[in-house]
Design a protein around this ligand. Structure first.
Ligand code: AMP
Length: 283
């Protein structure tokens, strides 16, 4: 497995792959890897000649300094997992290499940025857009694999890829869960034992709300019931639990007329913020 640090070395690796006619499948991550990340890598490996996984805790996408400082970093076990998964190259850039100076170029994404994560994490998607556009330009992957666990992120990046004509196939991959339903997340290791035991209520309530909506309950009512259940059955403090139209994630005003909607949540356990979602097919 190649270990690459500088942007220049990444570009050289990419050029070499191009000359050899080898397709690159790219998996961008912030490290502290788990089976969810590895599922993206396995899919990339099955569809490409070469896989590149980036590990970069991108300062530009953190609106909360504390969260950035406390974000788990486990490079040794990450490298072992990637090696075992057959990853071709790991890219671990340094912030000073990615951002030699504060960029003056910025990203905005319109309505999809003004809801949910966009409202609660101002500047987050601008940071995601910035780092991914730099990664895409340096690496020139054929395909990029992202998790639907971060549904809004996936939809924002899809919009960016289409609008800026990146020649990249963006693949959304299903959320990998623990046996008790909790979505795998690098942040889960920071949960206390008690909060870890309580957190599966999130997915249970997503599933329950999805089924209630399918059976005719108003989306708003189903969300209110879910919020009440999460806050009474656990220490979770709900930041949002909302139904949104797919694929623009705009609020549903009344009974959904759409064929596909999403239920999305962000919940705090102590200072750990977990997100999850479920896509609901109607009819
Ligand atoms: P992160 O390291 O949290 O930035 O995540 C890197 C990529 O892995 C993103 O595309 C995430 O959506 C994806 N990912 C994170 N958790 C999961 C999961 N449980 N299942 C599938 N993909 C995931």
């Amino acid at each position: 497995m190649h270990l690459i640090q500088s942007a220049a070395d990444m570009r050289a690796f990419s050029n070499q792959c191009f000359l050899e006619g080898r397709s690159i499948g790219f998996v961008p991550t912030m490290g502290a890897l788990h089976s969810g990340h590895i599922s993206l890598l396995s899919k990339a490996a099955s569809e490409n000649d070469v896989t590149v996984c980036s590990i970069f805790v991108n300062p530009a996408q953190f609106n909360n300094r504390e969260d950035l400082l406390k974000y788990p970093r486990t490079p040794e076990s990450d490298l072992k997992m990637l090696e075992a998964a057959g990853c071709t190259a790991v890219w671990m850039p340094q912030p000073a290499d990615m951002y030699p100076h504060k960029p003056a170029t910025g990203f905005t994404f319109g309505p999809i940025e003004n809801v949910l994560e966009g409202t609660h994490r101002p500047g987050h998607f601008a940071g995601v857009g910035l780092v991914l556009s730099k990664f895409f330009n340096l690496l020139q992957p054929c395909s990029c694999y992202m998790g639907l666990k971060d549904l809004q992120q996936f939809l924002v990046v899809k919009q960016m890829v289409e609008e800026l004509n990146f020649n990249i196939r963006l693949i959304g991959c299903p959320t990998v869960r623990e046996e008790d339903g909790l979505a795998m997340s690098s942040r889960n290791v920071r949960l206390s034992a008690s909060h870890r035991a309580q957190a599966p209520v999130l997915y249970r309530e997503l599933v329950k709300a999805a089924s209630a909506i399918k059976n005719g309950t108003q989306a708003k009512t189903a969300c209110h019931l879910a919020i009440a259940a999460i806050e009474s059955d656990s220490d979770g403090k709900v930041e949002y639990f909302e139904a949104a139209a797919m694929p623009d994630l705009q609020p549903l005003n009344s009974l959904p007329e759409k064929e596909e909607i999403a239920l999305l949540l962000a919940v705090f356990y102590g200072d750990i913020r977990l997100i999850d979602n479920i896509i609901v097919e109607l009819n």
